[in-house]
Design a protein around this ligand. Structure first.
Ligand code: GAL
Length: 805
């Protein structure tokens, strides 16, 4: 038997609870068989009553433990059960846990019967309990129920390492240190031991240390111990997130306990003038993330958690994510460590502080559980120690801060508020700034909010100030992008703002009090399936290193107010954008550094769709052609509002060339409206150092077709099942999504895979996503998509097993 036994496959599940379920002889043979991560009730995409998952339920699983294994101790780990759990082994209660976002572990050794099956029973209460944060008032997200993160059994020696915090200090000095804060269990009767530490990178040993340990002979012992290291060490940073393994072993006469901890060498600090990583100032540009997915809520395994981190770093180009409003899955953090994506990790809660008593106790317990769970992740750079957007409560937050500082004095402390002049018990004033409403004011001045100069980070902006659906009209979607862009620009300009974390990465299901009435908050720069809206573009152009050129316009003036296309925003990291219409060169355009001085890659604004065409194709004198072009552009970008002087000019030109008002309109239509033309194709070329690095065409929709992409064609079954996301889009010839397509699509799977959601979906704003999962067997599977109008598509998938069970 391995030291770690994953217990995710084959639980018996009942979506109700009765005391009789605990009786030893209870027959649960007819219960559903489920795998973990598991959501207690699958929810519809939208328009549902959030009470449907607020139920009690029960999970059961038998595990055989042989007589030979009698000398060991057994720790049963739960990574996350929403909202509270009672755990029984062989019908005897071993413990209970409150709070759905943090892990817990029980030593079940004394409950085990050797040489036979042992029955685990977990009673899960997913009702909103006002003694447990975030509950007690309203909450703008859902807390889907079930055993939604992995379960495993750990076999340990009698003395074991309960926790170990690896602290890498003085990373900028030549001589660095590794400090271990070690928490041992069952040291009873022992006064001597040995500690071995090995630093490894890619399995190669960098250095090894041995040290004697004085043990206290008690049940629990905390040991702090420090080691020097002169060897060359590579730091963890955003571009080169180098990770090491720290192999810790404790040897006593009662056996050998070990832990392998993956971490890195890096130093974080906030000063009044910003955030520093390894001594280098970095502007934090990021998004908030909820861990929810359509249908299955929180119950998503490693690959989906990994994918979210990848989307943030590699597809949105952000350097920071806030795990609003609770500690995220370990998988998500593992991937953030690997990618170099900073995480602001915070305790569960939303605006409401419950009364002193159980609610406070759970809050403090969750501070402890969050920090112990996440303290070895180099990506985690700050703890959030307030209930998101709550009022000052010095007594409670004094306690959360003291506890955090005791457990981990190495990380800055924050606590998200939305009030000015709040008591700063933390290191950083972390503030949700929703002042921007589309007008001139973009962000508040930090000093106005804090009173005096302190480290300052904007932890939310936009969001509810401008909910935007993927299928909203063009103007609204552009405006969402512009609002995010303006906040990023303002943050970059202000030396006292360390960064800005926008609300939010993806749309999410929510309670009745929030969102658009259909139980969705459309605040994301991605939709619930992680498909980008225009709002994603400013993040991409500012953050991605690959060539980016996103044209935030369908070029369909009929979708714009007053049918005026106006300016076209191109979000790009190119130095120049060339525009061609129907293969005729129109003009070159450049990033608007003057208007957005804070941005490294300001947008390119295209406001000339005529170029020299009027000069070349009409019979006006050159100077008059200049004037006519200028007037037409002005009419187009101002919504037809010409000033008195312009009107005089226009009148004069009309008289000179004997033109009527209709001739003027025809001219406008010819060069701006494109009406009556068989086809207008716009080609944008993005250039860097004079070379075209990216091209985008936009034209009229003639023959749209359905396109299916898949995040990974290989699913790997490891400790639990694997998933992959598929995205379906109706695209035109240019590859642009036909945003107002809502066709119904039927999804069929065959082979060792199944669909995680409904079998019939409709395109939502031209696209939709879905996830399929593996079913415990290796082999080949296939996904088939049937659309009455657009035909059939196939995607083959392969399922492999990482380990044979
Ligand atoms: C904030 C809150 C977030 C979310 C957001 C919407 O006040 O902290 O959880 O509700 O508003 O913009």
């Amino acid at each position: 038997m391995n030291n770690r036994i994953d217990l995710n496959f084959g639980w018996s599940y009942k979506s109700e609870y009765k005391d009789a379920f605990l009786e030893p002889e209870y027959d649960f043979g007819s219960w559903d068989l489920v795998d973990i991560p598991h959501t207690n009730v699958q929810v519809p995409y939208n328009n549902f009553d959030e009470k449907i998952y607020q139920i009690e339920s029960c999970y059961k699983k038998s595990i055989f433990i042989s007589h030979e294994e009698e000398k060991e101790r057994y720790l049963l780990h739960f990574e996350g059960v929403m909202v509270q759990a009672k755990v029984y082994v062989n019908s005897r209660k071993v413990g209970s846990h409150k709070g759905g976002y943090t892990p817990f572990v029980f030593d079940i050794t004394d409950y085990i019967k050797y040489g036979q099956d042992n029955l685990l029973t977990v009673c899960v209460d997913s009702r909103e309990d006002e003694d447990i944060p975030p509950f007690g008032h309203v909450v703008d997200y859902l807390t889907y129920g079930g055993i939604y993160r992995e379960v495993w059994l750990e076999k340990v020696s009698p003395v074991y390492i309960k926790d170990c915090h690896v602290i890498t200090g003085q990373v900028l000095e030549e001589e660095k240190t590794i400090d271990l804060d070690l928490f041992l269990k069952n040291v009873i009767g022992l006064n001597q031991g040995e500690l071995k530490l090995r630093l490894e990178k890619d399995k190669a040993i960098i250095k090894a240390w041995t040290s004697d340990l004085n043990l206290n002979g008690q049940e629990d012992q905390e040991i702090k111990i420090s080691f020097d290291i002169k060897e060359d060490i590579e730091l963890w940073d955003l571009d080169h997130p180098v990770l090491y393994d720290f192999v810790v072993e404790v040897i006593t006469e009662n056996g050998r306990a070990s832990k392998i901890i993956r971490s890195g060498f890096r130093q974080v600090a906030f000063e009044n003038d910003g955030f520093y990583l390894n001594g280098k100032k970095i502007k934090l540009r990021g998004l908030n993330r909820h861990q929810s997915f359509p249908y299955v809520g929180y119950a998503m395994p490693k690959s989906a958690q990994y994918r979210d981190a990848e989307i943030l770093k590699e597809e949105l180009g952000v350097n920071v994510v806030r795990s609003s409003h609770y500690p995220p899955s370990n998988h998500f953090l593992d991937r953030c460590d690997e990618l170099g994506l900073l995480v602001f990790d915070e305790i569960p809660g939303w605006q409401h502080i419950g009364p002193e008593g159980p609610w406070w106790e759970v809050t403090l317990q969750q501070v402890d559980e969050m920090i112990r769970k996440d303290w070895n992740h180099p990506s985690v750079f700050m703890w959030g120690l307030r209930i998101n957007e709550s009022q000052d409560q010095d007594q409670l937050y004094g306690k959360t801060n003291t506890l955090a500082n005791k457990l981990d004095p190495t990380r800055p402390r924050g606590g998200v508020r939305c009030i000015a002049d709040s008591h700063l018990l933390e290191d950083v004033y972390t503030y949700n700034d929703f002042i921007h409403d589309g007008g001139k004011v973009i962000l508040d001045k930090p000093k106005k909010i804090t009173g005096k100069r302190v480290p300052y980070l904007v932890t939310e902006h936009n969001g509810h100030m401008f909910p935007t659906k993927k299928f909203d009209s063009e103007g609204r979607r552009i405006e969402q992008a512009l609002r995010h862009m303006k906040v990023i620009n303002r943050m970059m300009e202000d030396p006292h703002i360390s960064g800005a974390i926008g609300w939010c990465m993806a749309d999410y299901n929510t309670h009745q009090d929030f969102g658009s009435g259909d139980r969705i908050c459309y605040h994301g720069v991605l939709d619930m399936f992680r498909i980008p809206k225009y709002g994603a573009y400013p993040y991409q152009s500012e953050g991605l290193k690959i060539p980016v050129m996103e044209v935030a316009n369908s070029m369909e003036s009929g979708d714009m107010d007053r049918s005026m296309r106006g300016q076209v925003w191109v979000f790009t990291n190119c130095q120049q954008v060339k525009l061609y219409i129907n293969d005729s060169y129109i003009n070159s355009f450049y990033p608007s550094h003057d208007a957005y001085p804070g941005l490294e890659h300001p947008p390119v604004i295209i406001d000339d769709f005529v170029g020299n065409l009027i000069h070349e194709k009409e019979t006006f004198k050159p100077k008059d052609a200049d004037q006519i072009k200028r007037l037409l552009i002005k009419a187009d970008t101002s919504g037809g509002k010409l000033g008195p002087w312009d009107l005089v000019k226009m009148g004069w030109l009309f008289v000179k060339y004997g033109m009527t008002m209709k001739d003027g309109m025809d001219l406008y239509t010819k060069y701006f409206g494109g009406w009556g033309q068989a086809s207008t194709t716009y080609r944008f070329e993005g250039l860097v150092d004079g070379k075209t690095v990216v091209t985008k065409e936009k034209g009229r929709v003639f023959h749209p077709s359905l396109q299916m992409t898949c995040d990974s064609e290989l699913l790997v079954e490891g400790p639990t099942y694997d998933t992959t996301r598929m995205v379906l889009k109706l695209v035109d010839e240019s590859g642009d999504t036909c945003l107002y397509a809502n066709d119904a699509i039927q999804i069929e799977t065959s082979g060792p895979i199944s669909l995680m959601g409904p079998k019939v979906v409709s395109l939502i704003g031209g696209s939709v996503g879905f996830w399929v999962r593996s079913l415990g067997q290796s082999g080949r599977g296939s996904v088939r998509i049937v659309s009455e109008r657009y035909g059939t598509l196939h995607q083959d998938l392969k399922v492999e097993k990482e380990i044979e069970n």
